[in-house]
Design a protein around this ligand. Structure first.
Ligand SMILES: C[S@@+](CC[C@H](N)C(=O)[O-])C[C@H]1O[C@@H](n2cnc3c(N)ncnc32)[C@H](O)[C@@H]1O
Length: 265
């Protein structure tokens, strides 16, 4: 599924993909580490004790790794994207979080000590060696592995627009249904729990929507399909309180999926 989705993306791209895919979005993956009103973060904190260590695999800009570091003994943030790493270390410095170390590497290549908890949030959709990746999560957790994934591909709210503009269905990335099959194949018995659904993606203006959706649909500045999208958007978006959302977009449902680790010590 991942190879097919990537091949479809490549067939539509006006230019080769950027070296660091995450650079334009990295700031969106940071947040105040001392916030107390984030129900999702609070649920993760319930699982992590003050004297425990944690590895956050694919930590992004530290949206979760930094507050979890303030809550526990130490966090190792494994994050291969330089842009994400910069946001994470910038956040750690700005908010005086000292018990966090960034390891700028791919999880499948990294060598790190096991920790009590291993966390991996919204990373698995594009991991091709999923068996090796999951086994390594489990081998590095003394107490527990926690994975968070949406019940549908993260970009699925854009899939209907893709089909209208490109005239062919968007091939989906895997999400929770496929992950359940992986766990079954690996003989892993996990607990699953739905977390608060994420509201549909919002845009501050019609122009911002056009810009961001054009990017997701790989429409270059001069692509005639961009004009087609411009004409479609007033009907395809609905506006509430100044926020534009894709009409009929189903909120993404995140799931917390956790199971026992197998690291010793
Ligand atoms: C959607 S972001 C999620 C970031 C963070 N977990 C969060 O929820 O805010 C996915 C992150 O996974 C990272 N990632 C992708 N493949 C990875 C791999 N093989 N090993 C480690 N991290 C990876 C990306 O660089 C990116 O920062």
């Amino acid at each position: 599924m991942i190879q097919a989705e990537h091949a479809q993306s490549d067939s539509m791209r006006p230019a080769p993909p950027p070296m660091d895919h995450w650079r334009p979005f990295a700031r969106q993956f940071s947040a105040d580490p001392r916030r107390s009103d984030d129900a999702f973060l609070n649920r993760l904190m319930d699982e992590v004790m003050a004297d425990q260590t944690l590895i956050d695999v694919g930590a992004g800009g530290g949206r979760l790794a930094l507050p979890l570091a303030l809550h526990c003994k130490h966090v190792t943030a494994v994050e291969p994207s330089p842009a994400m790493g910069e946001v994470l270390t910038g956040g750690a410095k700005a908010h005086h979080v000292e018990n966090i170390s960034l390891v700028p590497s791919d999880w499948l290549e990294v060598q790190v000590e096991p920790a009590d908890q291993v966390l991996c949030v919204h990373v698995l959709y594009t991991i091709q060696d999923i068996g090796g990746f999951i086994r390594k999560l489990q081998d590095h957790a003394r107490a527990q592995v926690m994975v968070v994934m949406y019940g549908a591909p993260p970009q699925s709210q854009n899939y209907p627009l893709w089909e209208k503009v490109h005239g062919t269905p968007r091939l989906p990335l895997p999400s929770v249904p496929e992950f359940r099959e992986v766990l079954r194949d690996l003989g892993i018995e996990a607990r699953e729990e739905p977390l608060a659904a994420q509201p549909a993606r919002g845009f501050d203006s019609m122009e911002q929507a056009l810009d961001q959706i054009s990017g997701r649909l790989f429409l270059g500045e001069d692509d005639p399909k961009r004009d087609m999208l411009t004409r479609m958007l007033p009907d395809e978006l609905e506006e509430t309180d100044g926020v534009y959302r894709i009409r009929g977009a189903v909120p993404l449902q995140p799931w917390l999926i956790r199971w026992a680790g197998s690291a010793s010590g």
